[in-house]
Design a protein around this ligand. Structure first.
Ligand code: GUN
Length: 291
């Protein structure tokens, strides 16, 4: 069994990006600048956005964190997005999801300039991805592809089962794993809350990508020997013995499933750090495209 080490791999990628930034600086070029907008004070979202900004500093990017209150109106957020669209200093930006309920998420995604949409959530970029055109690939799916690639995990002709059809992970992953090329060329089954008898499907999977958000959902008896497991779950489970009062728990019963797996991502230290590294990669791409 091989651990797909997202922490190490993301560090390798960040070092590669830092080298690129050094070269840009040496040539007197502008370095990439990422902005992140966070609306409200959800603890997990604040942590993720903080990590994204810190990662920018680590590789030598400029970064801007825009914090807006929980009561921000849709118009106020759309105005901020327009300001970032127009600001020539900003190469790419993200609006952290989820958003408070008074704001229509679709309107927000549509408002981001596709050239600065380093999350790859704008319909234009999502459509390009589905048509195999070069574009920003959403950071979490992009990170999973990169892990599979760097560890040489075979995907060609394999049966990939995806659990969860979110717009951020499950849906794009189902498109990417079925694309021509590597990683890709998989036969994909996309399962979700209306799927019947999920164990019957997961036991036939060569690769399982779980993005459900239910701690320890995937048990050893639900997988076959030598399965490849990608665990995207990051649920905070209350735990008084932990200093933070919670532990980050994945969708997969790691202790038992790992005994049957050929490759598996840990939680934490698997997909999570890869998401951040690939957001940086998309920001570097945005800077290169705007040159
Ligand atoms: N919320 C959870 N994951 C993501 C992500 O990749 N991008 C944004 N903007 N929000 C998220």
């Amino acid at each position: 069994m091989t651990i797909l080490d997202g922490k190490k791999t993301s560090n390798d990628i960040k070092n590669e990006i830092a080298e690129e930034v050094k070269k840009m600086k040496a040539k007197g070029e502008k370095v990439p600048h990422l902005a992140a907008v966070i609306v409200g004070n959800d603890g997990a979202s604040l942590t993720y956005v903080g990590s994204k900004v810190r990662a920018c500093e680590r590789v030598g990017f400029e970064s801007t964190l825009v914090k807006m209150s929980n009561t921000t109106s849709e118009i106020e957020l759309l105005d901020k997005i327009e300001e970032l669209n127009q600001n020539p200093e900003i190469d790419g930006f993200i609006v952290q999801l989820p958003l408070p309920k008074q704001i229509d998420e679709q309107k927000v995604l549509m408002a981001v300039d596709p050239k600065k949409d380093v999350d790859g959530f704008h319909p234009q970029n999502f459509g390009k991805m589905a048509l195999d055109m070069s574009t920003f690939i959403p950071a979490t799916p992009f990170g999973i592809l990169e892990l599979l690639d760097r560890y040489g995990v075979e995907t060609d002709g394999k049966h990939t089962v995806i659990i969860g059809r979110s717009h951020i992970v499950g849906r794009p992953m189902s498109i990417l794993m079925g694309r021509k090329g590597f990683p890709g060329n998989s036969t994909v089954t996309l399962t979700h809350s209306h799927t019947k008898n999920i164990s019957q499907i997961t036991t036939q999977a060569d690769i399982i990508i779980s993005a459900l958000g239910v701690p320890n959902f995937l048990k050893a008896e639900m997988v076959k020997d030598d399965v490849v497991i990608i665990d995207v779950g990051i649920t905070r489970v209350p735990d008084e013995s932990s200093p933070k009062g919670y532990v980050i728990t994945g969708d997969v019963d790691f202790e038992n499933v790992s005994k049957k797996a050929s490759f598996i991502t840990p939680v934490p230290g698997g997909v999570g750090p890869m998401t951040i590294a690939m957001l940086l990669k998309n920001t570097l791409l945005a800077r290169e495209l705007s040159r």
